[in-house]
Design a protein around this ligand. Structure first.
Ligand code: FAD
Length: 287
């Protein structure tokens, strides 16, 4: 099933992201965690893609496993900035052969060794390519605080508009910890004429290192209120996990109460965190 058809049902949806293993010897552990998350029956699950493409087979295998064995709709990711066209086409064909109808199309982070693709510079080129290869529902990334490489938010929104016009059916946001930033972004992109569904990406922070890493990579603003929570509970793993789950759940409740329909949780492969968040908002789903 195409994810856009799930989103267009006009009900509140909850979906989870998982990441594939980096090495073959941890595939089983990751698969087990992903299956446990799938058993919560989310509206769909996304599976990330290793930046260099070296673990691309794990993304495809995990997606197929969740789709075929667990009966969950899946959204495998695909990046292009470190790949040539032949590899990208191979991956699109693999997804097609596995009966997958959705692809999250991304540029990927710029490789540190400077070895960039000759075939792709931006995600919109990958989107055009996927559309030329088959009938996929395509997701794209967006950044409520602006993409870290783009100096001006207005330019970033114009690039986003071009990306949607290239064929994005929906967008998923980078994590954010302050909902007002998301509401402001939504207002600005709607004003710019971007009308596709936008999934709010929520990251439950369950340890201080995770927050540090996330902020380093994305430049996301951490509100004082949340910083104080992490400062206070950061040394107590159980208390921090509980506080992180509650903070994320409160964010989601506020989003739903303000008319936001689609919530995408970065589960970090933690079934207990995914389950706790789902339990906290269960009566609000499909409303
Ligand atoms: P683009 O849309 O191409 O944008 C990248 C930059 O280029 C932006 O600054 C934009 O403003 C600018 N730009 C775009 N078009 C133009 C143009 N025509 N002219 C000039 N500038 C332009 N990374 C992974 O490696 N694997 C994953 O699985 C993964 N999943 C993700 C999921 C989500 C929901 C998000 C938000 C990010 C994910 N990422 C993933 C990270 C992502 O790859 C990086 O943030 C990357 O730096 C940008 O990817 P993009 O697809 O948004 O790029």
């Amino acid at each position: 099933m195409k994810i856009i058809d799930i989103l267009n049902q006009d009900q509140v949806t909850l979906s989870f992201e998982v990441f594939p293993p980096k090495k073959a010897d941890t595939y089983d552990v990751v698969e087990q965690a992903a299956r446990a998350i799938a058993s919560l029956h989310p509206d769909f699950m996304s599976i990330t893609y290793g930046a260099g493409g070296g673990t691309s087979q794990y993304t495809a295998d995990l997606a197929a496993d969740l789709h075929d064995r667990m009966g969950v709709e899946v959204l495998p990711h695909l990046t292009c900035v470190s790949s040539d066209r032949a590899h990208v086409h191979k991956m699109i064909k693999t997804y097609q052969e596995k009966g997958i109808e959705n692809i999250m199309a991304l540029r990927g982070d710029l490789p540190k060794d400077g070895h960039r693709s000759q075939d792709y510079t931006y995600a919109y080129e990958l989107i055009q390519d996927i559309k030329a290869q088959g009938d996929f529902c395509i997701g794209g990334a967006c950044y409520p605080e602006g993409h870290i490489e783009c100096a001006h938010k207005a330019d970033d929104i114009q690039h986003l508009k071009n990306k949607v016009e290239a064929g994005c059916d929906f967008l998923t946001t980078q994590m954010f910890f302050d909902n007002t930033i998301f509401y402001n972004f939504l207002y600005r992109i709607r004003e710019a004429g971007i009308q596709v569904p936008v999934l709010a990406g929520i990251m439950p922070i369950t340890n201080p290192r995770q927050l540090q890493r996330s902020v380093q990579m994305s430049g996301t603003n951490v509100p004082e209120r949340f910083r104080a929570i992490v400062d206070y509970f950061g040394d107590d793993p159980k208390a921090m996990e509980q506080a992180g789950i509650i903070y994320a759940s409160e964010q989601i409740i506020d989003l739903i109460a303000n008319g936001i329909k689609h919530i995408h949780v970065y589960s970090m492969n933690k079934p207990e965190v995914a389950a706790a968040i789902q339990a906290n908002i269960s009566a609000m789903l499909r409303s």
